[in-house]
Ligand binder design. Structure first.
Ligand code: PLP
Ligand code: CA
Length: 320
């Protein structure tokens, strides 16, 4: 059965949307910032939502930084955001391993950057690979056999600007020679915007290389997979400022209910799908990679509930 979703509506009354939910999940790039530049009106908007007692959560598919490193980025941009409010796909990889009780005596082979290493370390996992393998070369001689650590029980792949053939072969050996070895992807974004001049190959390109050689599909922990949404719903138990004491008791004990969440993002196939897969309300902002004509193109089947230019529209869009 294919779900035919109604076309997205332009957001007209922001207060109505704000009052209808208790939590906002914000995607980062394209919503809060663009690269290293803060998007206009973000600090005032977040302040207003906090003053209304809304819970704010920040989710990013960019695995190159850890939660702590993102905390610094928010601070540099003048935003006061707690590390516990940040859910990057680097953190999601470590949280996934914890959620399945991945044994501490096994190792993780990492294809990716520093953020994944930092999160694995914090979670108490042993790892190898990462940027340290960026310089490695394979010297092919007749009979050459590449060895690999047989204690590797999971290969985690994310965006990696130091990607090379050594890493492909090492990751492939781990996965192919041990059917029990997990293959985890932080995200599969096709492209990313390292500069605003063009689109750059995203994390999906590294994941695709390993999937291609292993002939196996990864477990994706970033958007649009439901892992992070379920994790959020189960683990966010900070009590909310709420008029209903019963409601806050409920939140304390069980985390957030998904119908009380609005997912705000700039990308249809990650953010909006993530919100929809999680049963949340969805708002597309046009401050990132998606234009109005892309949203309204007949070839696009992903329709958020609402769309608007940028999150600071929350401050001006009032009922007529
Ligand atoms: N992956 C990489 C490597 C990126 O540079 C970006 C955006 O900057 C993303 C993913 C997408 O990030 P987000 O989910 O915050 O839009
Ligand atoms: Ca984004």
């Amino acid at each position: 059965v294919t779900k035919v979703s109604a076309s997205a509506q332009p957001l007209k009354n922001a207060d109505e949307l704000i009052d209808s939910v208790e939590t906002f999940i914000f995607d980062c790039d394209g919503v809060i910032w663009k690269g290293d530049k803060l998007i206009d009106g973000v600090p005032e908007t977040l302040d207003m939502l906090r003053a209304k007692g809304k819970r704010l959560v920040f989710v990013t598919n960019n695995s190159t930084k850890s939660r702590k490193q993102y905390g610094k980025k928010f601070e540099t941009l003048g935003l006061s955001v707690n590390e516990e409010e940040i859910f990057a796909s680097s953190f999601a990889a470590a949280a996934y391993l914890k959620s399945i009780d991945f044994p501490k005596d096994k190792k993780v082979y990492v294809i990716g950057e520093d953020g994944i290493l930092k999160e694995l370390e914090l979670a108490g996992y042993q790892y190898l690979g990462g940027p340290a393998d960026g310089e490695k070369k394979i010297e092919l001689k007749p009979g050459f056999l590449m060895e690999h650590d047989k204690d590797v029980g999971a290969v985690v792949v994310g965006f990696d600007r130091y990607f090379n053939y050594y890493k492909i072969q090492y990751g492939t050996l781990c996965v192919r020679e041990n059917p029990g070895c997990l293959f985890i992807a932080t995200n599969r974004d096709a492209v990313t915007h390292l500069t605003d001049a063009q689109e750059w190959a995203g994390g999906g390109s590294m994941v695709g290389a390993i999937a291609g050689s292993c002939q196996r599909e990864p477990i994706v922990v970033g958007k649009p997979s439901t892992f992070m949404m379920d994790y959020l719903a189960n683990n966010l138990t900070r009590p909310l400022v709420s008029n209903s004491s019963l409601m806050s008791l409920f939140n304390d004990r069980f985390g957030i209910s998904k119908s009380q969440i609005c997912m705000v993002g700039d990308r249809l196939d990650t953010d909006i799908l993530f919100g929809q897969n999680g049963g949340c309300k969805t708002l597309l902002v046009l401050s990132g990679v998606t234009s109005l004509s892309m949203l309204q193109s007949p070839s696009n089947s992903i329709q958020p509930d609402f769309y608007t230019n940028k999150i600071s529209d929350f401050l001006s869009l009032k009922a007529a």
